[in-house]
Design a protein around this ligand. Structure first.
Ligand SMILES: [Zn+2]
Length: 299
């Protein structure tokens, strides 16, 4: 088994299993992300959103495979540093490969039309080649390290979690267990699928958990609380439309139910509106609300 470099400027490492290290930026802040380095017969980097420090990692270690848990730029932006094959789930390959799909998946074409903001440039979106398209249940063999792909859609259509089998370690990517999530603010997101994915990963009896935005191991109880946040939002939005039936855009603007006074207004307001729309749609499917001419009423 190859050895991890002792020090990469700008990165912190935490060994989570033999040969598997979580890496995160020394000064973590959005939109930087956390990833994994697997040093085995095959050397693998999982997610490349940890900033320019990854260029030094690419110089220090020959990486054979970059594995992206999903297409978001804070997980894929640094693919360009590595002379390696790139893998992601087949449903997230199109928006990683080209800008047009990226705009369609995210809904940023709409933001551009409405607000004249070039969001892909703003979030430093970079296209990437994709050589391998992953499927649910596939077991990737890196040598001693074996890793099962768990398709966990919702946050994006092709989002995956990774279960490292020998180490019994689960990497949850953007089932991120932060106070910003659960997040489903792009056109391609699906709140019901997110919930199902949460239930799916809760059934994996992993010894240790980590996510794409926290540079430390996470506690399992946090996963339950994070899942239950979706139920809390059901109640919150139901109360709001019970008090005054509204269309999603008005409700989002008046109440800011998810991200009050957030420091990135253009994007956050868009995400909030999309999340309100998706969540109200969920309440209708549950029979808890009904929609007439775009206005949502509590049933
Ligand atoms: Zn994401």
């Amino acid at each position: 088994m190859r050895r991890r470099p002792d020090h990469i400027k700008g990165l912190r490492f935490l060994e989570v299993a033999p040969g598997v290290s979580l890496f995160s930026p020394e000064r973590p802040s959005f939109p930087l992300g956390t990833g994994l380095l697997v040093m085995d017969d095959v050397t693998v980097v999982v997610d490349t959103g940890a900033g320019e420090a990854l260029a030094e990692l690419a110089r220090a270690v020959h990486v054979d495979l970059v594995l992206n848990t999903h297409f978001h730029p804070d997980h894929t932006r640094g693919n360009r540093y590595f002379d390696a094959k790139v893998a992601c789930h087949r449903l997230d390959a199109p928006p990683l490969r080209d800008l047009k799909s990226f705009k369609e998946y995210t809904g940023f074409d709409e933001v551009e039309a409405e607000a004249g903001v070039d969001v892909p440039a703003m979030v430093d979106f970079r296209t990437s080649r994709v050589d391998l398209e992953l499927e649910d249940g596939e077991v990737l063999d890196f040598g001693r390290t074996k890793c099962r792909v768990i398709h966990t859609p919702g946050h994006s259509p092709g989002h995956v979690a990774l279960h490292f089998l020998e180490a019994d370690f689960l990497f949850l990517a953007d089932i991120d267990l932060t106070s910003f999530g659960p997040w489903y603010g792009h056109r391609c997101c699906d709140v019901d699928a997110f919930l199902e994915s949460m239930n799916r990963v809760l059934e994996v009896p992993a010894r240790a958990l980590a996510t794409g935005h926290r540079g430390a191991l996470c506690e399992r109880e946090r996963l339950v609380a994070y899942r239950d946040e979706i139920y809390r939002r059901d109640e919150l939005l139901l109360d709001m439309i019970r008090e005054r039936p509204r269309d999603p855009a008005t409700l989002a603007q008046e109440e800011e139910p998810f991200y009050p006074a957030h420091p990135f207004p253009v994007l956050t307001r868009y995400f909030e509106r999309v999340m309100v729309e998706k969540h109200l749609g969920r309440l209708v499917r549950l029979g808890l609300a009904r929609e007439e001419d775009g206005v949502f009423y509590a049933s």
